[in-house]
Design a protein around this ligand. Structure first.
Ligand SMILES: C[S@@+](CC[C@H](N)C(=O)[O-])C[C@H]1O[C@@H](n2cnc3c(N)ncnc32)[C@H](O)[C@@H]1O
Ligand SMILES: [Zn+2]
Ligand SMILES: [Zn+2]
Length: 278
């Protein structure tokens, strides 16, 4: 079953666009009554629900890494020469290098991208995790009509804004790797221009993950996934590719291969991938 892939290079890398400080404050809805009232009374209960698997996901905001999962995995060609294999931590597995995209800075939402090119800025994953804990002020989970749970904005966003990051359990990309509907690939080692040469790890948020796992597909999406970094650690982030209003559903394109294996897209667009196929 195809997994959603993040193209690590060139056009899919977020541009080094500067985000104005205090964005979170600017984005607060001016008129709170315009916020739709469909939100569930208790959002938390949605983390105990999933539409496609009988598993109860736990809300986390970190990577889960188990060194034992990597013991028997062959070192990927292109894994950074100075890094130890098998990796003993998520930091080593996801180590960025000078060819990576820009650093997201200290916090999501309200900071400028960091100008550092040499990976010496000192921004850390720990700071990023703390900075992204308050996601519920900005997004909410709601039941959609036909695609299970979705993520809805509470505030406005600009094109190029980084809205969040994908986390979960880090697993090797092997033949018998997990194939559930939530997995996403994160590039590891050297970034290759050609996807078939790129080594990947899998972020599996099925049992443990954050709100980004609930972003549904749309053939005309509002966001995209991209590879960026915070300091020396590579991340998969979700980036706005248009201006986004408060109260709309965040969507992303899962890629053609996701729908190649018998899945039907229910986005309802005129040029929907599933309508085109039939
Ligand atoms: C990454 S999950 C998104 C969150 C999911 N809606 C939930 O409730 O857990 C992907 C799953 O959501 C549903 N989904 C997302 N976008 C869809 C679309 N455009 N058409 C049909 N189903 C979709 C499918 O069940 C898919 O396997
Ligand atoms: Zn930085
Ligand atoms: Zn569609």
């Amino acid at each position: 079953m195809a997994r959603k892939r993040v193209n690590p290079r060139s056009k899919d890398l977020p541009p080094a666009k500067r985000i104005q400080p205090a964005r979170a404050a600017r984005n607060r809805p001016q008129n709170p009554t315009s916020t739709p009232t469909l939100a569930p009374e208790k959002q938390d209960e949605f983390f105990h629900y999933t539409n496609s698997e009988d598993i109860i996901p736990r809300e986390i905001n970190n990577f889960i890494f188990n060194p034992a999962d990597w013991e028997d995995i062959t070192r990927p060609v292109g894994f950074l020469p100075k890094s130890k294999w098998p990796p003993q931590s998520a930091d080593v597995l996801l180590k960025a290098n000078k060819h990576d995209g820009p650093c997201v800075g200290r916090r999501c939402w309200e900071q400028d991208y960091c100008d550092d090119k040499k990976l010496t800025c000192g921004h850390t994953l720990e700071e990023w995790i703390q900075g992204t804990e308050g996601w519920k002020e900005l997004f909410e989970l709601r039941q959609t009509e036909n695609r299970g749970i979705g993520v809805f904005t509470k505030t406005a966003w600009g094109n190029g804004d980084i809205l969040g990051w994908m986390n979960g359990v880090l697993k090797p990309d092997t033949e018998d790797a997990p194939t559930n509907n939530y997995c996403l690939n994160v590039p590891i080692g050297r970034l290759e221009a050609k996807e078939d040469r790129q080594a990947y790890a899998i972020i599996d948020p099925l049992e443990q993950g954050n709100w980004v796992r609930f972003v549904n597909h749309d053939c005309k999406p509002l966001t995209k996934f991209g590879a960026m970094r915070v300091g020396k650690t590579r991340l998969v982030v979700i980036e706005a590719i248009k201006k986004i209003s408060p109260g709309v559903e965040l969507t992303v394109n899962y890629g053609n291969s996701y729908f190649a294996s018998g899945r039907t897209c229910l986005c309802g667009r005129e040029k929907c991938i599933s309508t085109r196929k039939s």
